[in-house]
Design a binder for this molecule. Sequence first.
Ligand code: IPM
Length: 359
Amino acid sequence: MKFNIAVIPGDGIGPEVVEQAKKALDAVAEAYDHIFLYKEAQLGASAMSIDGNPLPKKTIEICKNADAILFGAVGNAKYDNDPSAKVRPEQGLLKLRQELDLFCKIKPVKAYDNLIYNSPLKREVIKGTDFIIFRELTGGIYFGEKKISDDEKSAYDASVYTVDEISRVTHLAFKAAKNRKKKVTLVDKANVLETSRLWRRTVIEIAKEYSDVEVEFMFVDNAAMKLILDPKQFDVILTENLFGDIISDEASVISGSIGLLASSSIGKNNALFEPIHGSYPLAKGKNIANPLASILSAAMLLEHLGLEEEADAIERAVEKSIALGITTKDIKRKTQKSTTTSKVGDFIADYITNQDDSN
Ligand code: IPM
């Protein structure tokens, strides 16, 4: 089959890791007789360096017309350290989410048996962890009214949610739970925030439609602690935009490296796939960044296109590379030598091309 894929390498290590994900997709295309047509688009600081705009119109157009979007990373230290910058690279991604109405970010979190040694958490605490975060992505404090006073002595960011915004992501979370361990944990701050109380009321109503799914409520401060103390208790975590951003980085500690976690951001008509790590400017161009999260994002992309077998082939190749220790230095064992970003990508692509079903 033939698919159009928009590719946005973005900033920092984005281009390097996306290149490895494309190698994996090309290997899949060859092994399973598909055609992936890539269209490259700009976003973030790299787009700003061309004409100052972090999200060129052309990028929106390419993304809208694609079957799926593969994204690298966004961000540049130059802007992080300048609070007065009016235009920021991240605005490109936020605006793209809005333009395409990508209202839900899904992040699976797993403890890989072969990588448990790399997590600072105890083996017995994390072994067997397998949950998935459903983060609302186009509402809340990220997109509410923002203002700084004329004298720059006060500022606010409003957090606003509507029942409709809460409902659509909640349905996705419950549907996913039905096919998993049948438990949804709503993470909120309902003891303080009005928006969280609206989330609770809405989720309680919707839960009635999914009688086989257990629902529990947890304050975000408590959830932050439980994620580290007992992550195995979670199945599907449902939460608002800001809390979801924070707890998913925290959860990455469980998997042993943030360089391993992939995500999908989905809307009604479009879907974007990206690693959860950032642009890691210190590693840019050094061929040391871990490409596995980007490669696993490509696997999620294939699954989204209905190519489950092909997605499995990528996942198997990733597991093999970890098992054989063909990894970048962030996840290498003390006794192993690390390898480069591009060599990990080559191994994965070769493995996909050469493996047969008996592997
Ligand atoms: C993420 C990132 C983004 C966010 C940034 C880059 C705007 O941290 O996708 O999780 O905060 O949503």
